[in-house]
Design a protein around this ligand. Structure first.
Ligand code: HT7
Ligand code: ZN
Length: 890
C-alpha cells in the first residue's frame, strides 16, 4: 500500500459549498443521489478526483448533462471527471450495500437499524466525494425508507419536513446550517426509544437534547441525558463555549468500532457508553459514559467548529478534546469540594489517566508503531487513532495548560476560535494561538522548543541529581533529559537527531519528618515550583533549605516523561505517607511496590526465595489506617501496579514472572493485613439507594478491593463474604466486584455456580454478557481451549466488536498467563486473520497485541515471530492489518 506523507499535503483545487444528498434507504441496496456544487479554487481547470469504495455507479452528470462512459475515468477507488467551468454542478447516482458491509464504516446495518460511520474515510463508501477534512460544505439531506421498519429518519442539523410517501414509505428532510467536512456527516434510521429534555444555553437559546436507544432500553438512558446536560453547562462555565444547534442528538448503536462519534448534532455512540442502570452498569461504566458523552459533546467546538486540515493533524482535535474530557471528569469528581479534598478528588482522575497512559501509550512509544502525536506518514489512517494521538496528545495540551495557567489557557483557546472558527487548520495554528498568550507572560521567550513535542516520538527520560550545601542552606537540582531512538528511528544510520524538549517539571520538597518545605527560587518561596526544562541539562539552585530535602518529583505528572532518580526505600515510604501532592504521594507508593515486584520477578527467575520485606507491608498498613484519605483515593493508593505496567519494566519481558510476582505479593499483603482489610471491608458501606456519585462509588471500590485482597490472602471468611455480597448485591458494582473476586481466586463449585447464576440472570442483556465473557477470558486458568469453547457459545459473535473485544481481545491482551505460549500466539494469529475478513479496523487493533515481540526471551520471541509471519504470509490482507504487521516485522 502507498505511504502518505504529511509533507505532501496539497490544498484541494475546488471548493464545495453545497451538498445535496438523497437516500433511498434499503439494507440490501441503498441508492444515493449526490448533487455537488463545485467552485474552482485554483487557476486553470483541474481534473476533479473523487473518492469511492465498494460503490456501484449508476450515472454521472455535469450541469444536468449525463456523461458518456468515455467522459470520466472510473478506477477501483476514484472517479475522475474533467469539468470545463469555474462553477458547475455534478450529479452522481450510486448504490451501496449496507447488509454486506461488515466493516461498520460507511452505511451499515446493526440489528434492524441503519447507521453511518464516516470518520476517517467512510464517507467514500456512501457516495463518490472529495473525502478529506479540508473540504467543508453545507448539507441538505433527504431520507426515504419503509415507514414501519424505519419510523425514525435522522441526519445532522434541523428537521425541516417529514411526510408520507406511497407504498408504505416516508421521507424526512434535514438541513445542517453549519459547514462541515464529510467525516462529520451522519444518517441513522430505525425504531428507537427516545428520552429528551429541553435545555437553555447561557445566552438563553432553547436546545432540545435527545438520547435514542433500542426499543425497550429507554429506561437506561437517564444517566446519559444527565451527562449531556452537564457537558453543556460545563463547557459554558469553564470555557465560555455554547451549543450552536437547536437540537443535539445521541444515538446508541450495538455494533460500533470505537467508543463514539461526534457527527455534527447527531452523535452516534457504542451502546456501552450510553446505557446504564444500577442493575447492569458498574460505577466504572457510569464514569466512562460521563467521559465519552463529554468528549463527543466537547468536539462540537474542538473538532467540528474548528476541524483538521488533514488527518496528520488528528491530535489537534483528539488530544485537545481528551484533555477537555479529562478536566470535565475531574471537575465532576471535585464538585462541591474545596482545598485538599478537591485536590484529592481530582487526583483520583489524574491517577487513572496516567495509568492508562503508562499501560497503553508508553509501550506504543517504545515499539514498532511509535510515532509523534502528529505522525509524519501512514498507510492507513484508521491505524492512527492511537493512544499516542489521543492520550499523549492530551498530555501535550495539558503541558500548555500548565505553562499558561488556567486563565492563560482559556485566553489562548479564545484566541484560537477568534482566528479559526469555521476553518480546517493545523496543530501549529493551535500552538500559535497559545503562544500569543505565552509571550505576554514570558517576555523574550516562546513555544519554539515546545513545538518539538508534536514532531518527536518516544518517551523522554529526565534524570534528577540533587546536591545539598549544608553551610549555605542551599540545594542544586540538575535535570538531564534524553530521548532514545524508537521504532524506525532505530534503523536509521546515522541515528535521528532528537533535540531537547520543553518540559514543565513540577517539584516540591519535604523535610525528614515529612513536613512540606517551601524552597526559595529567584526570591520566591513556594510549595510547588514549576521548572521549565528547555535544554539537555539545566541546574536550579534553591535557597533557604534547612536540611537535605526529600524531593517530590513531577508533581501531578506535569509532563509525559519517565523520571530517573536513585533514592532509598525510606524516602519513598516518607513520600507515600506525607506528600501534600496527592498524585506524587500515590506515585511514591507505586514505586515502592514496583521495586518489590521486580525483585520478586528476579528472584522467581533465579528459582530463589525472595528475602522477606516489611517496608511495603508497613506502608500499606499505614495507608489503610489513614482516616484522612478518601475511600476512592485509598483504593488507588492500595492497588498494585498493573501487570502490563510491570511487564514494560522487565527485560527481557517476563510475562509469567510478572503474573506470579504480583499474585504472590497480593497474597502476602492480603494475609499480613487481613484484620485491616476486613475492617475496611465492613466500614466501607454505602448506605441507601444506589447512586453513582463519587463518594458512594469510592466506598464501593475500596470495599471490592478489600474483598479481593482477602480472597488473595485466603482469609477463611473471604469466600463466604464474596458469595453473600454476590447474591445480596443491590447493584452491578457490588455484584461484579464479588463475582470477579470469586472467579479470580477460587475454583470452588460455589464460584462456578455464581458464574452460571450470572449468566441465567443477564443472558438477555448484551452489555452484561460482555462482562461475563471478559471475566472468563481474563480468569486464571483460562486457556486457548476455554476461549474456543466460549466462542461456540450461542451468544458469541465475531461480527459484534464489543463481543470480540470482551472475549478475544481480553484473552490475547490481558491474560498474560493464558496467551504467552505457542498455542496462544497461533490462536491470536488465527483470530486476526478471521477478523480481517469481516472488519479490518478491529482486526488491526488485535494485530497490535504483540507489537513488543522482539523484547521477549526465547522461546516466546521466535514463536511470536512465526505467528506474525503467518499473518504476513496470507495472500489477502487489509491495508490496516498489513501496515501493522509489516511494521512489527521490520
Ligand atoms: N472521532 C471519533 C473517531 C472514530 C472513529 C475512527 C475510525 C473508525 C471508527 C471511528 N469511530 C469513531 C471518536 C472520537 O475520538 O471522538
Ligand atoms: Zn474524539
Amino acid at each position: 500500500a502507498p505511504t502518505i506523507s504529511r509533507h505532501d499535503y496539497q490544498p484541494y483545487p475546488y471548493r464545495l459549498p453545497q451538498v445535496k444528498l438523497s437516500f433511498d434507504l434499503d439494507p440490501a441496496r441503498t441508492r444515493v443521489h449526490a448533487q455537488l456544487v463545485f467552485e474552482s479554487a485554483s487557476a486553470g481547470w483541474q481534473p476533479l478526483v473523487l473518492n469511492g469504495q465498494d460503490l456501484e455507479l449508476e450515472s454521472v452528470a455535469i450541469d444536468g448533462r449525463p456523461l458518456r462512459a468515455d467522459e470520466y475515468v472510473l478506477q477501483a477507488e476514484t472517479l475522475t471527471l474533467h469539468p470545463r467551468a469555474d462553477r458547475y454542478t455534478v450529479d452522481i447516482v450510486s448504490v451501496c450495500k449496507p447488509e454486506q458491509n461488515s466493516s461498520l464504516m460507511g452505511l451499515y446495518v446493526s440489528g434492524s437499524q441503519l447507521f453511518t460511520q464516516c470518520e476517517a474515510e467512510g464517507f467514500r463508501r456512501i457516495t463518490w466525494f472529495p473525502d478529506r477534512p479540508d473540504v467543508m460544505s453545507q448539507y441538505q439531506v433527504v431520507l426515504r425508507a419503509d415507514k414501519q421498519k424505519y419510523p425514525l429518519l435522522l441526519s445532522n442539523g434541523n428537521l425541516l419536513e417529514q411526510r408520507d410517501l406511497p407504498d408504505g414509505r416516508h421521507e424526512a428532510r434535514w438541513e445542517d446550517p453549519h459547514p462541515k467536512p464529510c467525516y462529520l456527516f451522519a444518517v441513522v434510521a430505525g425504531d428507537f426509544d427516545c428520552r429528551e429534555e429541553q435545555a437553555r444555553t447561557q445566552s438563553g437559546r432553547p436546545a432540545l437534547l435527545q438520547v435514542y436507544s433500542d426499543r425497550g432500553s429507554g429506561g437506561k438512558t437517564l444517566w446519559a441525558l444527565e451527562c449531556l446536560r452537564r457537558s453543556l453547562e460545563w463547557d459554558e462555565r469553564r470555557f465560555g463555549l455554547e451549543l450552536d444547534l437547536d437540537r443535539f442528538m445521541i444515538v446508541a448503536a450495538r455494533d460500533f468500532n470505537m467508543g463514539a462519534m461526534e457527527n455534527k448534532g447527531l452523535n452516534v455512540f457504542n451502546s456501552s457508553y450510553v446505557l446504564a442502570d444500577k442493575d447492569t452498569a458498574t460505577d466504572a461504566a457510569y464514569r466512562a459514559i460521563e467521559a465519552v458523552i463529554g468528549h463527543e459533546y466537547f468536539h462540537n467546538w474542538t473538532g467540528n467548529r474548528v476541524t483538521c486540515r488533514d488527518w496528520f493533524q488528528l491530535s489537534l482535535k483528539e488530544g485537545l478534546t481528551v484533555f477537555r474530557d479529562q478536566e470535565f471528569s475531574a471537575d465532576m469528581l471535585a464538585q462541591g469540594l474545596s482545598g485538599a479534598e478537591a485536590a484529592s478528588a481530582r487526583a483520583v482522575k489524574r491517577i487513572d489517566d496516567v495509568s492508562t497512559l503508562r499501560i497503553a501509550q508508553f509501550p506504543e512509544d517504545a515499539g514498532p508503531m511509535a510515532h509523534p502525536i502528529r505522525p509524519e506518514s501512514y498507510q492507513e489512517i484508521g491505524n492512527f487513532y492511537t493512544a499516542t494521538v489521543y492520550e499523549k496528545g492530551a498530555e501535550v495540551i495539558r503541558m500548555q495548560h500548565t505553562l499558561l495557567g488556567e486563565e492563560g489557557f482559556r485566553a489562548g483557546l479564545e484566541e484560537y476560535f477568534r482566528r479559526h472558527d469555521g476553518q480546517a487548520v493545523t496543530c501549529d495554528d493551535f500552538v500559535d494561538a497559545m503562544e500569543s498568550v505565552y509571550v505576554q507572560k514570558h517576555p523574550g521567550k516562546n513555544l519554539g522548543v515546545f513545538r518539538r513535542w508534536y514532531a518527536q516520538a518516544g518517551t523522554p527520560r529526565v534524570a534528577v541529581d540533587l546536591r545539598y550545601d549544608a553551610d549555605a542552606h542551599a540545594c542544586a537540582v540538575t535535570l538531564t533529559q534524553r530521548c532514545d531512538p524508537v521504532g524506525i528511528e532505530k534503523l536509521q544510520d546515522p541515528p535521528a537527531e532528537k533535540p531537547p524538549l520543553h518540559i514543565p517539571f513540577a517539584l516540591g520538597m519535604l523535610d525528614r519528618s515529612g513536613a512540606a518545605l517551601k524552597p526559595e527560587l529567584d526570591g520566591t518561596a513556594r510549595d510547588t515550583v514549576l521548572l521549565e526544562l528547555r535544554e539537555a541539562q539545566q541546574t536550579w539552585t534553591f535557597r533557604n533549605v534547612p536540611e537535605r530535602p526529600v524531593l517530590s518529583l513531577l508533581r501531578n505528572f506535569s509532563a509525559p516523561v519517565i523520571v530517573e532518580y536513585e533514592r532509598p526505600d525510606t524516602e519513598l515510604m516518607l513520600l507515600a505517607g506525607h506528600d501534600t501532592d496527592p498524585f506524587a504521594r500515590w506515585e511514591a507508593g507505586q514505586e515502592l511496590a514496583t521495586r518489590r515486584l521486580l525483585a520478586l520477578v528476579g528472584a522467581l527467575r533465579q528459582g530463589q526465595d525472595p528475602a522477606a520485606d516489611t517496608a511495603l507491608v508497613e506502608t500499606w498498613r499505614r495507608l489503610l489506617g489513614d482516616a484522612a484519605l478518601t475511600p476512592a483515593y485509598k483504593a488507588r493508593v492500595l492497588s498494585l501496579p498493573a501487570e502490563k505496567e510491570l511487564l514494560e519494566k522487565t527485560s527481557p519481558m517476563d510475562p509469567l514472572g510478572v503474573v506470579q510476582a504480583r499474585r504472590q505479593l497480593r497474597a502476602q499483603l492480603g494475609a499480613a493485613l487481613a484484620p485491616e482489610w476486613l475492617s475496611a471491608y465492613h466500614s466501607a458501606q454505602d448506605a441507601g439507594d444506589y447512586s453513582p456519585d463519587p463518594l458512594s462509588a469510592g466506598l464501593r471500590s475500596l470495599k471490592n478491593l478489600a474483598l479481593s485482597m482477602l480472597m488473595a490472602g485466603a482469609h477463611p471468611q473471604a469466600e463466604t463474604l464474596a458469595l453473600e455480597q454476590y447474591y445480596g448485591a443491590g447493584n452491578m458494582t457490588a455484584r461484579m466486584g464479588a463475582l470477579s473476586a470469586l472467579v479470580n481466586h477460587s475454583k470452588s463449585p460455589e464460584c462456578a455456580q455464581a458464574l452460571s447464576h450470572f449468566y441465567e440472570q443477564w443472558q438477555h442483556d448484551p452489555l452484561v454478557m460482555d462482562k461475563w465473557f471478559a471475566l472468563q477470558a481474563t480468569a486464571p486458568g483460562t486457556t486457548v481451549e476455554t476461549v474456543r469453547a466460549l466462542m461456540l457459545h450461542p451468544a458469541f459473535s465475531l461480527r459484534n466488536p464489543n463481543r470480540a473485544r470482551s472475549l478475544i481481545f481480553q484473552f490475547c491482551m490481558n491474560n498474560l498467563e493464558g496467551v504467552h505460549h505457542a498455542d496462544g500466539y497461533a490462536f491470536w494469529a488465527e483470530q486476526v486473520i478471521a477478523l480481517d475478513e469481516l472488519n479490518p479496523e478491529i482486526a488491526a487493533r488485535l494485530a497490535r497485541a504483540f507489537d513488543n515481540w522482539a523484547r521477549f526471551a526465547e522461546p516466546q520471541r521466535s514463536a511470536l515471530r512465526s505467528a506474525l509471519q503467518s499473518i504476513q504470509d496470507r495472500e489477502k490482507l487489509s491495508r490496516n492489518v498489513a501496515e501493522i504487521i509489516s511494521k512489527a516485522l521490520k
